[in-house]
Design a protein around this ligand. Structure first.
Ligand code: F6R
Length: 362
């Protein structure tokens, strides 16, 4: 049921605090501050993580990579399943293969999972549908608890995947003794703040809606980010393409001058996702390069970032948070942006043309 919302997508964007909360509950014990991987997954057995997924789920994986490597010191590769499954990758024996899939049925992801299993790897499936084929076939099920997702464009399933994978990275860091108990409890406390901060982020709705008429007129839109905000930029571009049919691309902000800057003119909005962190200054200098070429910059940042924003940028201010939460907290604004642009264009938000909710053929 849509309740008071116009579309399932809108409802599901607002469901994210609950979806995230329910998902984190499967990984975190709030009384002890302990984070664990469910169903007996033991991170001390692995020296590498290989994530396989498609579309939005692959961006959740790409975000998790930053945390597996930085917190847990676990080398982590992420690849779209349609490429991974056919290229005869050279996997090493102690690799944990993780398939990430809302439906648990996506043909390419399932094939990649089966291939990993055939190579003797331990396989895990981060799935929202707990009775799915991937849930049955993987050695370990790592659930997300987003509840049924009806809108074809994934929103709450994505943030639930990010929440589960971030919790797993902390669990891996603890199991591998990269962090001590006090640090584990510190991350737990941070993670448990995510639902509240996500709810706060969805309150940016009115400011974002106000940008929709202008964005809806664009032919191309660029999304830029650094670090874990880079995969979020890719996700922002995918959301916009899917439901508003506007051409959009996500780039690592540092790649701008290696080509895409040639696209910048007065009619190309550039959306920069940059909460203040250690990379903020660098992203701001990329923004200034865009502004100097007449590009229209929309900066999505926090209060501190807003104070340091270039004068000519439109600034949307979100909650301040620890960098480990930024992918979760800055997902709703980019989802809402795509949503309101699509509504502005009169597009069928929940059933975009040419797309199916579950892609069970390759
Ligand atoms: C985008 C979207 C798709 C899916 C992809 C994988 O909004 O929904 O990109 O993320 O088809 O689907 P699952 O997660 O079911 O494997």
């Amino acid at each position: 049921e849509k309740g008071n919302y116009r579309h399932f997508m809108e409802k599901e964007i607002h469901d994210q605090p609950d979806a995230c909360q329910h998902t984190l509950s499967a990984y975190i014990d709030p009384t002890t501050g302990h984070v664990h991987a469910p169903n007996g997954l033991d991170f001390t057995k692995f020296d590498r993580v290989q994530i396989v997924a498609c579309g939005t789920a692959s961006y959740a994986g790409a975000i998790a990579r930053y945390f597996f490597e930085r917190l847990a010191g676990l080398p982590c590769d992420v690849e779209v399943a349609s490429e991974f499954r056919y290229r005869q990758p050279a996997v090493t024996p102690n690799t944990l293969a993780v398939a990430v899939s809302q439906s648990g049925e996506t043909a390419d992801t399932l094939a990649a999972l089966r291939w990993c299993k055939s190579q003797g790897l331990t396989t895990a499936a981060v799935v929202n549908v707990h009775e799915s084929t991937m849930a049955r076939e993987a050695d370990v099920v790592l659930p997300t608890h987003a509840g049924p997702e009806i809108g074809v464009a994934s929103t709450k399933a994505f943030t639930s995947q990010v929440a589960a994978l971030t919790a797993l990275a902390v669990a891996a860091a603890a199991a591998r003794m990269r962090i001590d108990k006090a640090e584990e409890a510190h991350y737990t406390r941070l993670l448990l703040e995510a639902p509240r901060l996500i709810a706060e982020a969805t309150q940016m709705e009115d400011e974002i809606r106000a940008l929709a008429p202008e964005l809806a007129r664009a032919r191309d839109v660029l999304y830029l980010g650094r670090g874990a905000m880079f995969p979020l930029a890719l996700e922002g571009a995918l959301k916009l393409k899917e439901i508003s049919y506007i051409h959009a691309e996500g780039y690592a902000a540092g790649e701008l001058k290696h080509g895409p800057i040639a696209l910048i003119d007065e009619s190309t909005p550039v959306i920069v996702i940059a909460p203040s962190d250690s990379l903020f200054e660098k992203t701001i200098s990329n923004m200034s390069e865009v502004a100097a070429r007449g590009g229209k910059v929309i900066l999505i940042t926090d209060a501190e970032g807003a104070r340091n924003a270039p004068k000519d940028a439109k600034v949307i201010v979100g909650p301040s948070c620890d960098p480990i939460l930024a992918p979760l907290v800055y997902a709703p604004p980019i989802q809402l942006m795509a949503y309101y642009v699509a509504v502005q264009k009169g597009a069928d938000v929940d059933q975009p043309r040419n797309l199916a909710k579950s892609v069970t053929v390759e």
